[in-house]
Design a protein around this ligand. Sequence first.
Ligand code: SAM
Length: 259
Amino acid sequence: QGSLVCVGTGMTLGSHISPISRNCIEQADVVFVLVADGITEQWIESMNADVRSLQPYYCEGQSRMLSYQKMLAAMITEVKAGKNVVGAFYGHPGVFAWVPHKAIEMAREEGYQAFMEPGISAEDCLYADLGIDPGTYGCQHYEASQLIFYQTLLNPAAYLIIWQPGVAGDRSLAKFSTGPEYKALLLEVLLQSYPAEHEVLLYEAANLAIQQVRLERLPLSALVNARIDLKTTLVIPPTRPMAPNHAMLEKLKQLEQQD
Ligand code: SAM
């Protein structure tokens, strides 16, 4: 009949995948895989006889959108050929990831059954490794380039998690990294809401159990020349306390008096 499931393989090789995602991979007719490294790819290959890497579709100098379209086409072609297709993506397949969402949408539009199985994302690892609870002060998530391209109302009383700072400001979608002059634009945006000396964190979860988590603290002003690559996430802790909403607290007081 043809179907599509996009599953998450988690961040750390071998230990983060859910039993249901593993089962989907094992039962699939064909598995398309997009993960962080070759070892993880080999691990997925051990679960199914027909595993095809989506990695070769990436090409520096070519828009990622073109690579994504080719990945979509490869997956949808097999669905239309009547195969039960699995797309296995590192982390959570629906977190800061365009292809899995789009592939499911396209397969459904064509009348095929398609759904997503969640995985452990970089965000999940970050909360565990940094001891942050997104519920304590609230938590904002943005892609670095979005903060440069669009006017964004940031809340400095909450956490700010910035994804893909390594390619901040890349409008061509064709670069694997952007230089200090691009990071300087991100810094300029952030300095509108945070002091230059505010301590921020560069975070990299372990992809292999033997790897160390990277957790580097630095002042915001040092961002421009910091080591930031494709797997780095930037974490900006709150810089001011949450401000009480006195008008609402007064209304609450009146309600409570009526109880
Ligand atoms: N779907 C992935 C997930 O669930 O984590 C995220 C994919 S998004 C295209 C890539 C971004 O995720 C990176 O630029 C970085 O911000 C973050 N990321 C990827 N690997 C990471 C790692 N090992 N540690 C921390 N952040 C990571």
